[in-house]
Design a protein around this ligand. Sequence first.
Ligand SMILES: [Zn+2]
Length: 285
Amino acid sequence: MIVWIVLIILVIASIWQLTRSVRLTLTDSTDQQGHDKLSQEEAHIKCPLVYNGNELEFPDDVLNAVLTRHFPYYNRLLDIDREKFISRLKKFIDTKIFIIHDKKGYREMPILISAAAIQLTFGLKKYLLSHFNIIQIFPEAFVGLEPFRILIGNVTGNTINIAWKQFLEGYKNKYELQNVGLHEMAHALYYQNFETAMSIDKDFKDTFRKFNSIGDKIYNVEKVLTIGLYSEYAIKDFQEFWAESIEIYFKSPDRLNLHYPELYQVLCDLLNQDPLNYPNHLFKV
Ligand SMILES: [Zn+2]
């Protein structure tokens, strides 16, 4: 009889222990900053962390939760567009390799950096930026070679490089115009359409000519008298002017429209989006 009682106690104790450890594992996966760890085995880490996007398989509810928490653009979308956003995001993540130059990998890294690309291309038919199959994520500003300089992001070969700290600030800080994620995706989108022979979006290319002519006038005006929208860096190189125009278009569409309505309008046509009038102006794709 005593043996049976002891046995029953042991079984109850082990079930309790089991449920407790499952609960601990789940709780531990989110730290105070709301960063869900990508890798649980932080102790034996090899750096960099490398993830094939097609093995990540984030469930829809995880994607939805991360976007809701960190991505204002997604929160403004109607339900039908949220579904489209998630579906595109999954396909995008699927086609990329993520190299994280840190001992800590967070789910937000591949999800939110890919989401920046989906935001930029949301009105376009082609959105995979297929020339770029590698996304490298650095915890902070990093060193770029040839020329040797400190970077927070760049696009080189088939790789998009982004500094995570500055990437997050681009979405958190509403009052600054900078957004390195959108900036680098803008370079990548241009490169995909004008420098590669794959996945070219004819409408985008055609409308880009209009952006060139309107943008060029403003670029020259800004060189002489800046009104404070563009940085000095942007008015030295038209490619940078393009990438910063995208940052301003998404972060402060009202200011862009106020100062340069023609430029705002051509970007709406080019990207098939209208941030100032959504959802009254729905995506046509
Ligand atoms: Zn740039």
